[in-house]
Design a protein around this ligand. Structure first.
Ligand code: ADP
Ligand code: MG
Ligand code: MG
Length: 251
């Protein structure tokens, strides 16, 4: 029964306060859409949960099944079951995709995954994501197109099998067919292993495919309104201006 709980989270970046008290709870099987205008702290929230050292938590707590996430290093957070598909995945020269993934998988196992098993699984996943077979041997994201980088994040998610995954604008740069593929992968993982999901997206089309159980709007470093699919629909039709008026926040 996975549960990621964020309580009164305050985060500074470069000495500037970005998050000002975020509360959020994600259980397994749930899909939470995290919405809000640009520059209000969505990526900051996900980066802080994953443990990016640029993001300093100054107040509040993050727990996963009661364990103190803030006390963990990034690799321990991954091992505990958290995964972040980044808005801008970085290119890492000199490390192949397969070396990176195998190391990440081994870090969360008692015994290393047998090489043959790993290769078979990687080939299968790469094929499912409709990527070129040479992906395994290329350096991590180096020279990848925007869409390839995003697909590669999903390959990683599929192989690491997180209990809670966070996908930051995974849909940007993906065409409709790729969006459907990503949504299908996510659904499979939710059915097979009950993965909980937080997804940042501006596109109703992608959210239509994912059918979030919850939706939240983050404005000026705090969640000002939460709801269900009706909230997503309203934002799709009316934008965010009404939130400013109704909740007296500066969008
Ligand atoms: P969103 O994902 O909602 O568009 P972000 O979390 O990326 O918003 O950004 C929130 C604010 O924090 C912005 O003002 C942004 O400039 C600032 N910020 C985020 N990350 C960094 C960083 N690594 N260095 C400096 N400022 C940052
Ligand atoms: Mg943004
Ligand atoms: Mg962002």
């Amino acid at each position: 029964m996975s549960c990621l709980k964020i309580d009164d989270l305050h985060v500074d970046v470069d000495g500037k306060q970005i998050l000002k008290g975020v509360n959020l709870e994600i259980h397994e099987h749930e899909t939470h859409a995290l919405m809000g205008p640009n520059g209000n702290g969505k990526s900051t929230l996900l980066a802080a949960i994953m443990g990016n050292p640029k993001y300093h938590v100054t107040r509040g707590s993050i727990t996963l099944d009661g364990q103190d996430v803030l006390a963990m290093e990034v690799d321990e957070r991954s091992k505990a079951g958290l995964f972040l598909g980044m808005q801008y995945p970085s290119e890492v020269s000199g490390v192949t995709n397969s070396d990176f993934l195998r190391a990440a998988m081994n870090a969360r196992r008692e015994r290393p995954i047998p090489l043959f098993t790993f290769i078979r699984e990687m080939e299968k996943t790469v094929k499912e994501m409709e990527m070129k077979p040479d992906l395994a041997h290329r350096f991590l994201n180096e020279g990848f197109s925007g869409g390839e980088k995003k697909r590669n994040e999903i390959v990683q998610m599929k192989m690491l099998k997180p209990s809670i995954a966070m996908l930051d604008e995974i849909d940007s740069g993906l065409d409709v067919d790729a969006l459907k593929l990503v949504a299908k992968m996510i659904h499979e993982m939710q059915i097979e292993q009950g993965m909980g999901l937080v997804v940042v997206s501006h596109y109703a089309r992608f959210l239509d495919l994912l059918k979030p159980t919850h939706a939240h709007v983050l404005v000026d470093g705090a969640i000002v309104v939460s709801g269900g699919s009706e909230l997503i629909e309203k934002i799709d039709q009316e934008g965010y201006d009404w939130i400013e008026k109704e909740y007296h926040v500066q969008v």
